[in-house]
Design a protein around this ligand. Structure first.
Ligand code: FA5
Length: 337
């Protein structure tokens, strides 16, 4: 028995294998355990002799098992140390640091501009109720103008917001007009069942702007938009206002900006316009639904597309580039903003 065990030990390569041998020898049903248990069946004069021998063998084998274990552990440690050796002279790995997405950069620039003009920034939620996205914007159920924005509905009354205008009513509800006018911008993602093309995406961004106070006029709206575009684009991009229609503003207008740099001499047909925002004077019904008296207060609102602002600013001719996660495209904007 002793010889067999010593041989097995010398062949075993893992701690588990050694444990296996120990159990077979000294476990409850182990070979040596059986011998020790069998002592009582021996003739009384044989017991001390056999007993002593068996115990000696046990001590001896236990020692050998411990010894083998220690050697295995040391070998393992040696292997680990060798494997984990660090060559401090090797050149370091470069850690690639991510940068802000170009759309986030444009949004930050727009936010910063408005903060400097005394606006507060409010973030809405992408999942909205029909009430705030449409009804409070003077678009009751079955209003034909709802078709202007084809909607992703989650339930009959809950949807993915189609416009950041959904934050207008929330802002008016929250504001205490005794403290002064409401001046807020609200940036975020919006969703529409639009077909994607060079200037449309089914998920895009808007920045809503809303000012409500006493004596606010269309001239304030135009001045506000002019100041924003001057700061963002510098001089050289022409801007034009067109009459338009939105159920929540009266009058309503849309603003186009020239994609190319132009001056007074540029022939009209050479100017490449892109629509960047809708705006207007807040409709009296919208004020009334927020319990604001339209006789006393007026306001303007706008909803601009930062994706299109970025297209103009960085000369990008296809909006889909922003959403493809192509690092070669995105890395071009790691230094701007
Ligand atoms: C609106 O969404 C109105 N809520 C804007 C508004 C706010 C008007 C407040 C009056 C007062 P419109 O659907 O035109 O309007 O979208 C506004 C801007 O969002 C557009 O000028 C354009 O810049 C951008 N936009 C609209 N649809 C898309 C699209 N599918 N992909 C990218 N940008 C878009």
């Amino acid at each position: 028995l002793q010889e067999r065990v010593v041989q097995q030990l010398s062949l075993s390569k893992t701690d588990d294998a050694v444990e296996d041998i120990r159990v077979h020898l000294l476990g409850k049903k182990g070979d040596l355990t059986k011998i020790l248990k069998g002592l009582k069946d021996l003739a009384p004069d044989q017991r001390p002799l056999v007993g002593q021998l068996a115990n000696e063998i046990r001590h001896n084998l236990e020692e050998q098992i411990e010894d083998k274990r220690a050697r295995l552990a040391k070998a393992l440690l040696d292997r680990q140390l060798a494997a984990e050796q660090i060559d401090v002279t090797l050149p370091g790995k470069t850690v690639t640091i991510g940068t802000k997405h170009v759309l986030q950069q444009i949004q930050d620039q727009i936010e910063d501009h408005f903060i400097s003009q005394g606006f507060q920034v409010m973030y809405g939620t992408e999942v909205e109720t029909d009430e705030f996205n449409f009804a409070r914007m003077n678009l009751p159920k079955d209003h034909p103008a709802r078709d202007m924005q084809d909607t992703f509905y989650l339930t009959p009354n809950i949807l993915l917001r189609t416009q950041t205008s959904a934050m207008q009513a929330r802002a008016m509800d929250r504001h205490d007009f005794a403290t002064g006018p409401l001046k807020m911008v609200s940036p975020g993602k919006v969703y529409r069942r639009d077909n994607d093309d060079a200037t449309h995406s089914h998920q895009f961004h808007q920045v809503e702007g809303l000012v409500v106070g006493k004596g606010i006029t269309l001239a304030d709206l135009k001045g506000t938009l002019q100041a924003l575009t001057d700061e963002l684009f510098g001089k050289g991009h022409a801007m034009r206002f067109r009459q338009s229609y939105f159920p929540f503003t009266e009058p309503s207008l849309e603003v186009d900006i020239s994609w190319n740099i132009v001056d007074d001499q540029t022939p009209a047909e050479d100017i490449r316009w892109i629509e960047v925002l809708g705006a207007g004077m807040v409709h009296p019904n919208v004020l009334k639904m927020a319990h604001i008296d339209p006789e006393e207060y007026t306001g303007f609102a706008f909803g601009l597309g930062p994706d299109r602002f970025a297209m103009i600013k960085y000369g990008i001719d296809d909006i889909r580039n922003f959403y493809l996660d192509d690092l070669r495209f995105l890395k071009q904007f790691s230094q701007v903003g």
